[in-house]
Design a protein around this ligand. Sequence first.
Ligand SMILES: *[C@@H]1O[C@H](CO)[C@@H](O)[C@H](O)[C@H]1NC(C)=O
Ligand SMILES: *[C@@H]1O[C@H](CO)[C@@H](O)[C@H](O)[C@H]1NC(C)=O
Ligand SMILES: *[C@@H]1O[C@H](CO)[C@@H](O)[C@H](O)[C@H]1NC(C)=O
Ligand SMILES: *[C@@H]1O[C@H](CO)[C@@H](O)[C@H](O)[C@H]1NC(C)=O
Ligand SMILES: *[C@@H]1O[C@H](CO)[C@@H](O)[C@H](O)[C@H]1NC(C)=O
Ligand SMILES: [Zn+2]
Length: 952
Amino acid sequence: MAKGTGITKAVAVGIGVVTVSSVCGLVLMVVMFQIQIDEKRPLVPPTPSKPPVLPTDLPTNLRLHDYLLPESYKVVLQPYLYSAITNNYTNQSFFFSGNSTVRLKCMKDSKTILLHVHNLNVKNVEVRKSGSDEKLASRYTIHNNESNFLVINLEGQLSGNGTYYDIFTNFEGELFEDLSGFYVNRYTEKSKDEDEEDEERNRFLATSLLQPTDARRVFPCFDEPALKAVFDITIIHRPGITALSNGMGDSGSIEIDGEEWVVTTFTPTPIMSTYLLAFTLADFTYKSIPTGTNMHIYARKEAIVAGHADYAVEITHKILIHYEKEFGLKYPLDKLDQIALPDLSVGAMENWGFISYQESGLLYDEVTGSTFDKEWVATLIAHELAHQWFGNLVTMRWWNDLWLNEAFATYMSYIGVEAAGWDLKDLIVLREIQSAFQVDSLNSSHPLSLYENDIQTSSEIIELFDDVTYSKGAAVLRMLSAFMTDQAFMKGLKTYLYNFQYNNTVYNDLLECLQGETNLDLEGFMSTWIEQVGYPVITINTQTGDTSQEQFLLKPGVGHDIPWQVQITYIKSDDSGLKKDLLKVKGPVRRPHFQLIDSDKWVLANINCTGFYRVNYDEENWNKLLMQLEKDHHMIPVINRGQLIDDAFNLARGHRLNVSIALSLTKFLVNDTEYIPWESALKNLDHFVLMFDRSEVYGAITKYLRKQVRGLYEHFEEYTNNATIPKDYTDQNNQVNAISVACTYGLPECISMATSLFMDHKNDSNIFSIPSEIHPNLRRAIYCSAIAAGDEDDWEFVWEEYQRTTVAAEKDKLRYALSCTKEIWLLNRYLEYTLDPSKIRKMDMVSTINYIAKNVAGQPLAWDFVRGKWSYITQEYGAGIISLGSLLDGVTKRFSRDVELEELKQFQREQDKEDQGFAARALEQVIERTEANIIWVNENKQNVKDWFNGEL
Ligand SMILES: *[C@@H]1O[C@H](CO)[C@@H](O)[C@H](O)[C@H]1NC(C)=O
Ligand SMILES: *[C@@H]1O[C@H](CO)[C@@H](O)[C@H](O)[C@H]1NC(C)=O
Ligand SMILES: *[C@@H]1O[C@H](CO)[C@@H](O)[C@H](O)[C@H]1NC(C)=O
Ligand SMILES: *[C@@H]1O[C@H](CO)[C@@H](O)[C@H](O)[C@H]1NC(C)=O
Ligand SMILES: *[C@@H]1O[C@H](CO)[C@@H](O)[C@H](O)[C@H]1NC(C)=O
Ligand SMILES: [Zn+2]
């Protein structure tokens, strides 16, 4: 699965969600809707409850028996959905029925069989010895608590000598609109009617998102990743709609009760995990990938016709071939479909052979798309394709090792995109490593790999889809690769994939395969990074040579003190080349090579940030590095120019460095036009801005940033004024930084440039819609500035464009720009829109509210809004994997006052009372962050103010 949702990539600091569980037997089902077009579905009030205590004959954890091994399933699903309603009186139906027969091998005598089922009306269960017609007498019960167990009690018993049994179930379910399990999407399709007039039609599709634990919402199954089996799927559906799944489909018509239906049967899958299954019923079209066999990109007709799938068509096979070479194994399936869905709560999902994406993750429009949109498509495809091996072919044994899936997909995506012509290798430091440093510096972080028993419920599993799993995982793999050399690492991975294909692993299996390629002690090295939470700060004292390590925490004083094994790479200003030093103890230990007393030499450690640690120095060395940067910054590698800034700012936040040193590290930026140092500085200054933009310090900050950014703005001005972009990708990123910083902090030329480009565009569009002259790369920044400086009329103009366009990536830019207004009433109205799915799609609710909260004018509004509507939000948006944790994270980023902390704690108490546990870990994290912020602001406000005033 891809991290975060779509364009925002906004750090999901922990995604906490529990599916509202329904107690007391079964709820639902069989709801046939007499739908009126545009009518909203009624709301069911939430039914929070304490989970009942499990009966004692069941496992004490929430896991299935390990001696019943499913081998194959035959599943028939029959959704009654129509893809369109032709008149107001057709019965649209969000309902499906089905049956399933699972064959399992029994390895221990037993009287009970456990399967998973959730929110299904199970009508019948039959158990037979395979090959026999005789039913074994049994009763079944359903535990509608967190276990989701379907418990079958037999009168006799199953023989545990390897005998096969068939379990037949017959069931009904509802297709909700909650973006999880098997669910419905609505969208509108523009087409020409008989008189060639544009017509908008409401359309429906059914699709699925089953990771991590929602296969059980489609059919009763052994819903654990290690219980792999072959799946033989049949879908019976309405004519005029295509059924897609993991295998290749073959369709024929039949008549049932006088109605015409289509039966699509799919080729059986290889043995695979349940969470990777996928089903879609949609009236979509596709474009084939000419270089591959049986490879298609599916999307809305309008998007395919407009050529928006062409870029995915161009790069998919290239990336796939690249992986086949790197991984030493062919793509395991004989088909690969990718589909762009109007509603998907994650960026993408790697279902085996049938990958699903948000539209902005797969479709790219040459006309309105920015290079960033294009790169996002390449990056997501590279991530999901990597999963076809890492995750799908070789799967973690249990969710506690989820990082084996996600860290590899994240890390490999940087290698995969190369095949599509993108060089993003260095950007891994900004995107993964620096984000991972952030979450992993909190006490509420978690180790990469946890104990199996610590992860049991669906919400515990979902919480693991966070920056630690994805980004720290990728950072640690990058470190390991550098430690043992990239060649040995890739060679060991080939062995790993080969040995464990169609199988499951724990992380030691990985280490064993890698160990075969090196004499270094990998187990000793890696266990310190995988099993313990957090990461170290290495302190090098160049006066004494003393070197030590300690856990880095934003709120110091409570860390653990087991040392990490740290490969310290370093250079010195005498240009004697790269050196290495392995630190295994806490220290301090004396390292003569770090002692630079009485010399003007400096030392710089963690070259290119290949190690997952921060570095602190004595003040002398910091000052020498500062001087070097101001004199000739090229002497410091570009990644380290960024990392020095990130380390210094965070060390200052963690009370380990004087804040004036961190701030001084932004001075050389007047002469540096590289993206990595600028982006590192802006991310960190962002924190200063959040802490101080409601106080008197803000004036000085604004002036300083205006001064610093002027050079960068001018560097790109020729491009910007002609609405063009530089050639290099990182320059393109930095051009956008130049504009958004310059406009935000009030550089007059920027604001007038933005306003006039926007007005030209608006006036043109009012006459008749022509493509805008604003380059797509710049649109987000320019629209935002123009809306911030503009009035209601401008806002309405962008809102109308937002509603008109059908290109998801363009919609995202407009949706962001709308959050930039300073008008309180517009922001409040916009907040109300976020909970109306006909205005803001469900999947965009979190990021839209977070955009508004980022605006200083929107901050208190967004928090009040979220607090006030919390029970509605959790009820309507809380199912599945939608990131309510990142919503809490977003609306409280600025919190640094006692009263705000008190509000959070009050909110937490209310949560405990209702015993919902929604986003519980995220709430702990933001409370911890707020406490740290309060202390930090109190200590540093005066220093910060003095420093900025001194620079004016
Ligand atoms: C369907 O309902 C809409 C709105 O209620 C109405 O405008 C339209 O005329 C109706 N169409 C038919 C075919 O009855
Ligand atoms: C499952 O359902 C399909 C469609 O209703 C039916 O044809 C089939 O016989 C059922 N399978 C079993 C084993 O009853
Ligand atoms: C397993 O045991 C049952 C009786 O308990 C016997 O009928 C059956 O043949 C045995 N199967 C195998 C594979 O040994
Ligand atoms: C999976 O790997 C284990 C060893 O870890 C091995 O015993 C087992 O046979 C493998 N299973 C398959 C299906 O290859
Ligand atoms: C550091 O990264 C730069 C840019 O990617 C690269 O050119 C350089 O070789 C790297 N240095 C080391 C020591 O790996
Ligand atoms: Zn993923």
